[in-house]
Ligand binder design. Sequence first.
Ligand SMILES: Cc1cc2nc3c(=O)[nH]c(=O)nc-3n(C[C@H](O)[C@H](O)[C@H](O)COP(=O)(O)OP(=O)(O)OC[C@H]3O[C@@H](n4cnc5c(N)ncnc54)[C@H](O)[C@@H]3O)c2cc1C
Length: 767
Amino acid sequence: MLDSDLVRANPKLLVFIPILYTVWSDAILTPSEVSTLEGLINSQQWLTDPEKKLLLTKLNPATPPTADELISWRTAISQVADSKHTNDTLVNLGIRMASLKGDGTISEILIKAQPSLSKIEATLGLISREAVFNFQSGRKTITSEQITHENFDVQELTKLLDGEHATLIRKVKTLISDPEFSYVDPGDLDLYRKRVLQWCKFLAEQGFGSMAYPKEYGGQNDMAAYFAIMETLSYHDLSMVIKFGVQFGLWGMSVSLLGTEKHHVKYLKDIGTLELPGCFAMTETNHGSNVKGIETTATYDHQTRTFKIHTPNEFARKEYIGNAALHGQMATVFAKLILDDKDYGVAALLVPLRDKKGKVLPGITIKDCGRKMGLNGVDNGIIYFNHVIIPKENLLDRFTSVNDEGKFESPIASDNRRFFTMLGTLVGGRIGIPRSGNSASKSGLTIAIRYGDQRRQFGPEGGTEVPILNYRTHQRRLMPLLANVYAIHFSLQYLTKRFLNRKEEDMQEIEALAAGLKSFATWNTTATLQECRECCGGKGYMSENRIEVLKNDTDVFTTFEGDNTVLMQLVAKSRLTEFKQEFGNMNVLTILNYVAEQAKTTITEMNPIITRNTDEGHLLDSEFHLNAFKFRERDILTSAAKRLKRHIDSGMDSFDAFNVCQHHLVQVGFAYIERIILEQFIIQVEATKDIGCKTVLKKMCDLFALSQMEKNKGWYLEQGYMVGSKTKAIRKLVNQLCWEIRQDAVPLTDAFNIPDACLSAPIAINR
Ligand SMILES: Cc1cc2nc3c(=O)[nH]c(=O)nc-3n(C[C@H](O)[C@H](O)[C@H](O)COP(=O)(O)OP(=O)(O)OC[C@H]3O[C@@H](n4cnc5c(N)ncnc54)[C@H](O)[C@@H]3O)c2cc1C
């Protein structure tokens, strides 16, 4: 009950309470507000002078209302504020308050006085509707009403994501949810490394490590299953995944793919069971991206039928090598093959590092790389070789061999081609890493989206607080990333299939595809996890919620298995030389000429009707999306070719020309890979039978396409492919799609079906 001096003087004065409360609620009455109010109160004919005087005391900045007084005013106003009166004003609220207190005459007086009272409200410029809303309890707004809905069958979507490996994926998930796989503190380096090794042994016992190896060596000859295992393991500890990848992927596959039968017979079985832990020692301190420049030597001595492996200088030491610091007993070492004082380029050789008891062998020096930004469960090390002698048969001789006469032999004469064929064989690593990174993105998004669905902050005055996922910026931050993760998932499935069914003539394309997708996906992981961290506020920073470790462990995915920026240039070069295959052995200039010619015939799409079309039907049409992506891809490729040609024509060295155009070339890579990702997403949507899943995937595909276009809108505007009204319409549609997908967001992450034991984040599990 309002026990105020105004009521005691005359209950009709209560009509001023909503206005007074509103002007005082920001605690500052400016001099101009005071004088306006004074004038208006003095002009109210229906008030007596003492009443006016009393009211004016309520406007004195020197004696503002007390906190208790403001609370009692607010409570009284809220009692008459009613969400049914949607067009209420402060004066109307006041009239209802006063009428409740007084007799019938009061409402008569006040209704008469309403026009002059309304003048006060209008003159003060109060946003009446907003102010009135603020008094209504249980306010419902569009923002507060958004909730999670299950508009599609989550299990159907999981089935679609898991594909033919659903049973295997379930098995892996069961295993990594076992208490033996409980996480350990990454701060305890010794314990962590031991546990990671132990986990890898458990996985080997299940036959997961040797899955891709031939059956005669204990495997299943199933590379597709190996990738599915790696992807699923990546919901768990990523040090475990990388150690697993180093042992069974890098080390095992180098023996399998670069070696020949004698190596397979001797080593593969033990590698697959982790009886023989090993390393893949390619990188040197001075040569990371530029592997061709490595300096370690493997010098052949025909008399003793041996190779001498040597580190010629301090900076030719092998660095960052996984499994080297503690557990590796052998390594595939990449070195320059020297025969009769001639350098035959890079070859791979098997070099023992430790005995069975783990003692480092003579001539080998190993140092521990120590703590890293992440992946601390992996023992990365530095290796030096001091004239280490190994037998001739330790040369992995599928592409490079030494015959019985001590002469060099190879099915590929050119050093360069041999080197790239050898590396191309190992392209599988560039499939495993992005699939692993994308799983980490899925974990991050599951945590952040579930949290966003529950966590409430702010809300309409008088209403309940609103889940943060209902806020547009939050949706804008997370929904496009969710769409990316789905898009990347399907394109990585496509890459895997292309790789598994590869023919010799497809290899260049598959390598470009792998390099581009590896870069796009792992950059996306880094960006996603940072956004997820921030989207969870302080909770995101707490180690117990796992985003920290996901972020730190996947950060280096953009660097190893090929630095992303360097890889994107490879993609661009591959795109430029793709034309070579159509024309046999053309030289670079002819290729560039051809591409430039192509440009003239292809850029015919800038039809003014299309560049201005802002109809929703058109903007949500997959054909429009794909055309826009293809246009961008073709245009960037041809303009890069033209630029390169112009520079070379003007006498610039081709190395300089490529450097001058380097930024442009990276965009060639992006445009190509974005087109591939969209194309595969569209194919997936078309192939999806379940209507609920198809509908939600179409929305996600649209969001992927439009948010990429929005990201590249500067380019589209520059090229005149779209006008400003169209890019604005795209922005609006991205907002709308984010808003619509919000209600599907939690089910969309549920479809990843990540075990709670792996997520292990209180903010994502205690729902
Ligand atoms: C944790 C970890 C584990 C690893 N495990 C292994 C392993 O088991 N075995 C192994 O052999 N190696 C391993 N590596 C090495 C890894 O593959 C290399 O770090 C990677 O290839 C990059 O080489 P780099 O570090 O020398 O970087 P650099 O090649 O020196 O690159 C540094 C920067 O220069 C830029 N850059 C380089 N060249 C160009 C260019 N031409 N144009 C424009 N920019 C350029 C790159 O984009 C990058 O940003 C590992 C590395 C790490 C960090």
